[in-house]
Design a protein around this ligand. Structure first.
Ligand SMILES: Cc1ncc(COP(=O)(O)O)c(C=O)c1O
Length: 413
């Protein structure tokens, strides 16, 4: 059907034909490259990272890919963040400033360290922590800022680094959703003291589950390695079992390392395709009434993990639920409200129920709706479009057409 014909067509929720005429293009994410690496891993006769070559090769390639001196692989993004907090010396009673829109994997490690997550409010357009709000949350107990680069878009790293340096705080980057994103030409994850990545099934690249931490600092790198491996020093000249601090088994196996290595080679193409596809959305949807588009942080080359729009209910004359429903009727993979609630609204915070008994310093900290109004408004008005690098040009045209047609219809234009 021509665009002109579709223009006269009412949206699918009003009885028109859906804009999406064919399914979104899919592709297999694992193939011969991963199988070849897996075969080599198995043929080594060991799957233990300290004896095999795959995790070592991954660490070398990952460090090179982001331009960091050191990379240490581990078992998940959550493990990466926990290891980073351990290496950074985050201890009971410390406060860590973080966004309220993220995965529990960013926050659980703070609680495990006996520390207190302090939620800062967000920029309404980039959806990342607002430096002014971060600065306002600093107290004598603040030890670190955990900068989560949501949906592949960098935080305002220059401003956050300035705040961290001025107050003697550690800046730790959660890049779980931002593989391949850059800020002022440098990879995210290399601006703070430690950068943390996830290789879980749903990220840009995956080995089922896995993680990587990167740092420039040799002393931190040594601590990070210990933090991923029960504080056992595996170097040949070390006394093996002399743990000096508390650390879990967060090791990556050679099987994960093999798949992760093959996936890393695919990352540049994955990021480029996402950048082109979502960049075109941002360009061509600019004048759509009633919808505010995600704003790329100034200085960032984003890697677009998903595409989060916001409704302007007064102009659109519809809320996020109605827009999402209408776009789903067009065949788009959308949902309203992203994670639903800010993390501090979860029972684990409002009821301080992390542990069954005993004192945890976060129990003295009040968590309730209203803490971060911008973040709450982002979730209230947010409509998320799932993005895959496999999407085609035809998918792009139909997606743009669907959003334009539905928005114009709601807005009465
Ligand atoms: C921003 C963010 N941080 C941390 C994590 C935790 O990563 P993992 O699931 O690998 O533990 C995720 C995963 O969804 C995430 O999106």
């Amino acid at each position: 059907m021509t665009t002109a014909a579709l223009d006269r067509d009412p949206p699918a929720v009003a009885g028109g034909s859906p804009a999406k005429t064919t399914p979104y293009r899919q592709e297999r994410r694992y193939g011969e490259e991963e199988l070849a690496e897996l075969r080599e891993a198995l043929e080594q006769g060991t799957l233990f990272y300290a004896q095999g070559q795959k995790v070592k090769a991954l660490e070398k390639a990952f460090a090179e890919s982001v331009g960091a001196a050191h990379a240490i692989a581990c078992s998940s993004g959550t493990a990466a963040i926990h290891s980073a907090l351990i290496a950074a010396g985050v201890s009971p009673g410390d406060e860590v400033i973080v966004t309220p829109i993220t995965d529990m994997g960013s926050i659980a490690p703070i609680l495990y360290q006996g520390a207190i997550p302090v939620f800062a409010d967000l920029d309404p357009h980039t959806y990342n922590i607002a430096p002014t709000s971060v600065a306002a949350r600093i107290t004598p107990r603040t030890r670190a800022i955990l900068a989560v680069h949501l949906a592949g878009n960098a935080c305002d790293l220059r401003a956050l680094k300035k705040i961290a340096d001025r107050h003697g705080l550690l800046l730790i980057e959660d890049c779980a959703q931002a593989h391949g994103a850059r800020y002022e030409g440098r990879a995210v994850g290399t601006w703070g003291q430690i950068g943390c990545y996830s290789y879980n099934e749903f990220k840009h690249i995956s080995c089922g589950d896995g993680g990587v931490v990167v740092t420039e600092d040799a002393a931190l790198a040594k601590k990070l390695r210990l933090a991923t491996d029960k504080c056992y020093d595996r170097s040949p000249d070390a006394l093996v079992r002399q743990p000096v601090f508390l650390a879990n088994n967060y090791r990556m196996t050679e099987l994960q390392g093999a798949v992760a290595l093959a996936q890393l080679r695919k990352l540049p193409s994955i990021v480029q395709r996402r950048r082109d596809w979502c960049g075109a959305l941002n360009e061509r949807l600019r004048d759509v009434p009633g919808i505010s588009l995600p704003q790329v942080t100034s200085g960032c080359d984003p890697s677009w993990w998903f595409y989060l729009m916001r409704v302007k209910p007064q102009t659109l004359r519809a809320d996020a639920d109605r827009l999402a429903e209408a776009l789903r009727a067009e065949g788009l993979p959308v949902s309203a409200h992203y994670i639903g609630n800010c993390l501090y609204e979860y029972p684990i915070f409002t009821q301080h129920s992390a542990f069954e008994r005993g004192e945890h310093p976060y129990a003295a900290y009040p968590y309730a709706r209203g803490k971060c109004p911008e973040a709450e408004a982002i979730l209230e008005t947010g409509v998320m479009l799932a993005v895959k690098e496999s999407y085609s040009d035809a998918d792009l045209e139909e997606t743009i057409y669907a959003i334009r047609r539905v928005a114009r219809w709601f807005a009465g234009q």
